[in-house]
Design a protein around this ligand. Structure first.
Ligand SMILES: [Zn+2]
Length: 360
């Protein structure tokens, strides 16, 4: 998940441009190669959390080790607005829809730099376990960053959100920081029939690509607009019925900030080879021949990946995680049982007492 923050203010756009200019990190130093752990360690070391963090992303989900957490079932409810005009951004390290900001920005007629939509609008939000997270943007990685039982998918979408905190406007606001982020992630496989993905098809061809090469090195993202409406919320809602995995991780690009809530949907989508190739060719043009944009898998350390109980693939956890889960549930059941027992004892005693009193 790439983090380049953009505010509506003009100088912030300049700031984000400088941030991109100052980045020197790479997925690999070798053209045509897959992601390289050594190259990433060497070029990401300027951001200490990327190296020293203990809750880094992406991760490998071992499906036999996940712990069922019934609390997740109340889950994720998207309320994303239908986007009638998409702001398409080639950041040099990804294809991204919308800017990383709560407010909707659009490209003025004739192009140039994005401006605030008129009338002003947000992009909607997602309820995540009872809390409201504003939706900022979605971007794509190939191959997938997170893996399932050691296997990459061909593509992974990251829907980036941040906890809504309208009551903290200005100083102290989460907006503009990398705090309290949540990412809803979706995996895509190449279709057996090589059928192209309809949702992506509405805008994928419109992403600007870097025909000159090396635009990321110059720090200038490329923008384009797409007029085809896309209902990301509807497709997410549909996919969410299949359940999801949940854990705490980090941004998958510098500064690798931790405390990011990750929800990886179990329902997978498909793409065609041509759609995948379009992103790969574009990445190669802006990354000196490197056509991937996935960070290598990070150790789980002490983290436990949890799962919804519905949607298949879930079970009563594995090993210690399962035991903890079952004991927690038994503990929760025990409390009302003890209370009921106490009530019965008290009532019985009252009965005895009253009976004895009357009898006396
Ligand atoms: Zn991402």
């Amino acid at each position: 998940m790439e983090w380049v923050y953009s505010r509506a203010a003009g100088n912030a756009t300049e700031k984000s441009r400088q941030m991109e200019e100052s980045t020197g990190w790479v997925y690999s130093r070798t053209a045509g190669a897959s992601s390289n752990a050594t190259d990433q360690l060497a070029t990401w070391a300027a951001w200490p959390t990327c190296v020293l963090g203990r809750q880094q992303s992406p991760v490998n989900v071992i499906t036999s080790d996940v712990a069922v957490a019934p609390a997740l079932d109340v889950g994720i409810i998207p309320h994303l607005k239908v986007a009638y005009e998409l702001l398409l951004k080639n950041t040099g390290v990804s294809f991204q829809v919308h800017e990383t900001a709560p407010e909707l920005r659009v490209l003025p007629p004739g192009g140039g730099q994005p401006v605030a939509a008129e009338p002003p609008s947000t992009k909607g939000y997602t309820m995540l376990r009872g809390l409201r997270y504003n939706w900022y943007q979605v971007h794509y990685h190939t191959p997938s960053e997170n893996t399932i039982d050691g296997e990459h998918a061909a593509l992974e979408a990251h829907y980036v959100h941040q906890l809504a905190d309208e009551e903290y406007q200005g100083e102290g606001s989460l907006v503009g920081t990398t705090e309290q982020l949540a990412v809803v992630a979706v995996l895509y496989d190449v279709s057996n029939e090589d059928a192209c993905n309809e949702e992506l098809g509405a805008f994928w061809q419109d992403f600007p690509t870097d025909t000159a090469g090396g635009h990321a090195a110059e720090g200038a993202p490329l923008y384009a607009a797409s007029s085809a409406p896309v209902d990301f919320g509807a497709s997410l809602t549909e996919a969410l019925a299949g359940g999801y995995y949940f854990w705490t991780g980090s941004l998958t690009t510098p500064p690798c900030t931790e405390g990011v809530h990750w929800a990886l949907l179990k329902t997978r989508r498909t793409v065609c080879a041509a759609q995948l190739d379009r992103l790969r060719v574009s990445l190669a043009a802006s990354q000196h021949g490197v056509s991937v944009n996935n960070r290598v898998i990070q150790p789980l350390n002490l983290r436990i990946i949890t799962t919804t109980s519905g949607g298949g693939g879930g079970r009563w956890g594995g090993g210690a995680a399962g035991a903890v889960g079952v004991l927690t549930i038994l503990g929760c059941l025990a409390v009302p049982c003890v209370l009921i027992a106490l009530c019965v004892v008290v009532l019985e005693r009252r009965k005895h007492w009253r009976g004895g009193h009357r009898g006396a």
